[in-house]
Design a protein around this ligand. Sequence first.
Ligand code: NAG
Ligand code: NAG
Ligand code: NAG
Ligand code: ZN
Length: 357
Amino acid sequence: MLKMMGLSFVPLLLAVGALTLESNKVEYDYFQYHPMEEINSWMAQMAKEYPDVVTIVDYGKSYENRTISLMRIGLKTDAKKKAIWMDCGIHAREWIAPAFCQYFVRQILQTYKTDAKMEAMMTNMDFYITPVLNVDGYIFSWTNSSNRLWRKNRSPGPSGDCYGTDLNRNFDANWGTVGVSSDCNSNIYPGRGPISEPEAQAVTYFVGSRKEDFLCFLTIHSYGQLLLIPYGHPDFTASNYDELMKVGEGAAEAIWKVHGKKYRVGTSPAVLYANSGSSRDWARMQDIPLTFTFELRDNGTYGFELPQEEIQPTCEEAYSGALHIITYAHDKTFNGATATAAAAVWTTLLALGVNLM
Ligand SMILES: *[C@@H]1O[C@H](CO)[C@@H](O)[C@H](O)[C@H]1NC(C)=O
Ligand SMILES: *[C@@H]1O[C@H](CO)[C@@H](O)[C@H](O)[C@H]1NC(C)=O
Ligand SMILES: *[C@@H]1O[C@H](CO)[C@@H](O)[C@H](O)[C@H]1NC(C)=O
Ligand SMILES: [Zn+2]
């Protein structure tokens, strides 16, 4: 009895602790899962708190006509910038992925004012981050517990008595060839044709319209603790396979250093299973050099239903891995230390209101 009372006090104390007395508002809890409406208000809040660096861009509509939004994050300059892509929640049930995108946004926003490297990266590049790509599916996975493991979007299949296309089989990359099922009840149904789905169209048109700007395309999933490189089709090898493996191994090492978790690196056929129509493969086919799929924790113990206690360590280690890849992409393009110094000078000039171009 005593023990039960003790337990019931814990959430109450946590709730009180989360109130900031000065502003009388509840701090956003990055270490719990949030339903779509809370993620939407969080995005709006970030844009309000960081008006100089955060812009919300609506770039598509889901099948059920919900807006698909990303956060463009970067320091304003007159120079043409490179870009980093990150999307989370293309698969509805992988709740740790949207949690990671939100954590990632918070980290870069907290870091850039004091960390010269992050400041340089946010000067030279814009981050395009979609916290939840498959909005309909994500909401569906929250509606009741029998939908918790929903993966696909919510468009009806050809016969009308089945729902959902696997968005990560729907991209125009060897579409419909391996790792798919033509049964629309299947979790790996690739849709009626390449980019038949509005969510896949949104990414294809947005990224495709400025593909030469993107240095990196990171798509965040769970679970399995893997970093997957192109291609999913066993007959094709990326022209920069060695570079992708080297950068991936570096990221896995960075991840391991944080909490000792092992992530394996390789192509899908080598470490998981062959597939086709993935956004990662499509992005690499657009000549975006560094494209990776992150499969976050765990390795199968809880699977998609990763306990909330693991959100924080999962995000901390994955942040370190993502940053390894992004830093590599940045330094390769902007020539490491020299560019960093130049960017710092540039930022200083901007801060002084000097307009050079
Ligand atoms: C989405 O909006 C379009 C245009 O208003 C409409 O034709 C369509 O029926 C809507 N779809 C759904 C699933 O509500
Ligand atoms: C849960 O959702 C499914 C699918 O929409 C529905 O068939 C089922 O009745 C719902 N269950 C409850 C308890 O609401
Ligand atoms: C997952 O990791 C845990 C802890 O490291 C280990 O005990 C377990 O055997 C692993 N399970 C699988 C399926 O690899
Ligand atoms: Zn997935």
